[in-house]
Write a protein that binds this ligand. Structure first.
Ligand code: NDP
Length: 524
């Protein structure tokens, strides 16, 4: 299909695009788009503010590109300064007016109701997400949407369990007076949630689910590459009965909309997920804007260490699990693999067979298990990662090129590095690129694993549980898995050490980051 300019996008053109997709669908067994998705895509998109979808036709648009085909599928009007102002004000009014005073039980009920509606509209949300992010449809359904629902229900359950404590005080009593003390956990107010493109709904849910359960209200800023699905979720929130203004969405370029949100005096907290350089800037901006609370969930260069006893076939399965989910566009994925020298040749021989069996295909093709990269910028970045690794003499065991497909496709890639200092062993790719190094003893393996400025996740793989449990405390990462990778659960706190971030999401830990602790002391 021709690449058409965004100014020509209107329902007629959308129909034309659908015909193209239907054509492909017969050939590639793509699923058909639901009528609800077709209707949603044909709408004018912009922001969701104070309970209403808005799109100021005077503001510039950002093209939304389908990564499976490189085609422009719709456009989104960028939030103007006035939109940001209105969104934050509406969140502030909702916080002061309704949400703050809404009982915890009711907040939990409403979050559960939103989870119900996401369940009912699962396929619609999954299709929208796959269209703009390139996420394979099965992953959009089972990971993006189903996990979002599970997280929402988890936060809903916490709404009624947020509490302070009473304390026995030790102040001396001069004239027989006594003291009692207790703490209150109070919502922070308006939370700005800045979200990357890899999981546009689930990461947003981590932010607004936490915020709303604690009694805060939220303004979410999705990535400019994946601006659509959260707009639909915000509509469902209104349908669920969540009051207008409690959940708002503003779209646009991160470098303008992001700083405007952070600097706004009515925003009390910034929760950011994204890259280390952007996150560092966000942290500085939040401090400069009045010492705002800030949580940073940043990138990683996560290691996986396979101990000598671990069998080759299971090692290969472990590498596939750890490195290639969603084309490696998962912050928790492993990119550095350490294999005992006695096993490395066997693993390097077996891995390409598995990688070549992966079926590369369109995000809407249910039979594919390896989709496109999410956007052109990322596609070009991964191609430059390949060039750099080639320049540095990396030994490509598999992949290392674009795939012969219409969209932003590369092959799943495995590189045997020369040393720990190779760029491929030190810089996050955030793509389907696993790099390998042999080690001689377990001390060296641990040293390699910890030799990074990042510390988001790590995994150790062995049948010797006693050895694993001795290693776990020594691994420098926010999450350490044993014989698994990429498993997240709402009950387990998630976050990074070193340059991978500040703060924890999910688990009980989130409450600390969305409430202020107030001490009350009473003399009687
Ligand atoms: P970026 O850091 O480029 O962007 C993240 C978000 O920040 C986007 O919404 C972006 O908007 C916005 N943004 C950009 N510039 C600014 C700014 N100056 N001020 C405020 N906001 C801004 O990350 P990516 O979207 O490329 O995501 C990939 C990165 O995210 C990887 O490093 C990955 O490891 C990390 N990540 C970490 C996770 C974790 O839990 N630790 C989970 C998922 C991803 P726009 O897109 O419009 O520019």
């Amino acid at each position: 299909m021709d690449h058409f300019a965004i100014s020509t996008i209107h329902p007629g053109n959308w129909q034309r695009l659908l015909r193209f997709q239907t054509g492909v669908s017969k050939k590639m067994a793509n699923i058909s788009l639901l009528p609800a998705v077709q209707a949603f895509m044909a709408r004018r998109h912009g922001q969701f503010i104070d309970g209403n979808a808005t799109a100021d036709s005077a503001t510039a648009t950002i093209e939304v590109v389908n990564p499976s085909s490189k085609e422009v599928i719709t456009a989104v009007h960028q939030a103007s300064d006035a939109d940001v102002e209105q969104a934050v004000k509406s969140a502030h009014d909702a916080f002061k007016g309704t949400w703050h005073a809404t009982s915890p039980a009711r907040r939990g009920e409403l979050l559960n109701r939103l989870a119900d509606l996401m369940q009912e509209n699962r396929e619609e949300l999954a299709q929208i997400e796959s269209l703009c992010s390139g996420k394979l449809i099965g992953l959009s359904r089972a990971f993006e949407i189903d996990y979002s629902i599970a997280f929402l229900r988890y936060y809903a359950g916490w709404a009624t369990k947020i509490q302070g404590r009473t304390m026995s005080l030790s102040l001396p009593s001069a004239q027989g007076e006594q003291y009692t003390g207790f703490t209150l956990r109070q919502p922070l107010g308006v939370v700005a949630g800045i979200v990357p493109w890899n999981f546009s709904v689930m990461i947003a849910v981590w932010k607004f689910g936490s915020a709303l359960a604690c009694g805060c209200t939220a303004v979410i800023k999705p990535s400019e590459f994946t601006p659509l699905t959260m707009l639909r979720v915000a509509e469902l929130a209104i349908e669920a009965g969540i009051p207008a203004g409690v959940l708002n969405v503003v779209n646009g370029n991160g470098r303008t909309v992001g700083p405007a949100l952070i600097a706004h005096p009515m925003v009390s907290k910034v929760t950011f997920t994204g890259s280390v350089p952007t996150g560092t800037g966000v942290g500085v901006a939040a401090m400069q804007a009045g010492l705002k609370h800030v949580t940073l969930e940043l990138g990683g260069k996560n290691p996986a260490g396979f101990l000598r006893d671990f069998p080759v076939d299971k090692t290969v399965d472990g590498i596939i699990e750890a490195a290639y989910l969603h084309q490696g566009e998962v912050c928790a994925s492993a990119e550095r693999f350490y294999i005992h020298r006695s096993r490395i040749d066997d693993v390097m021989e077996a891995l390409p067979k598995k990688l070549s069996a992966m079926r590369i295909g369109n995000a809407l093709d249910e039979s594919a298990n390896f989709g496109p990269l999410a956007n052109r910028t990322h596609f070009e970045k991964i191609l430059s990662v390949f060039s750099k690794a080639k320049q540095e003499g990396g030994d490509f065991i598999y992949g290392g090129t674009a795939a012969d497909e219409a969209g932003f496709f590369v092959k799943p890639t495995a590189v045997l590095a020369h040393s720990q200092a190779d760029t491929i062993m030190t810089e996050e790719t955030f793509g389907p690129v696993a790099s390998f190094l042999a080690y001689d003893d377990h001390e060296e393996m641990l040293q390699y694993m910890n030799d990074s400025r990042f510390g988001l996740t790590a995994s150790v793989w062995t049948n010797d549980l006693s050895h694993a449990l001795r290693l776990v405390p020594q691994v420098e990462a926010g999450t350490v898995w044993v014989n698994m990778h990429n498993y997240i659960d709402p009950a387990m706190p998630f976050g990074g050490v070193k340059s991978s971030g500040i703060g924890r999401e999910f688990g009980e830990a989130f409450i600390e980051h969305f409430t202020e602790l107030k001490s009350v002391i009473i003399r009687y």
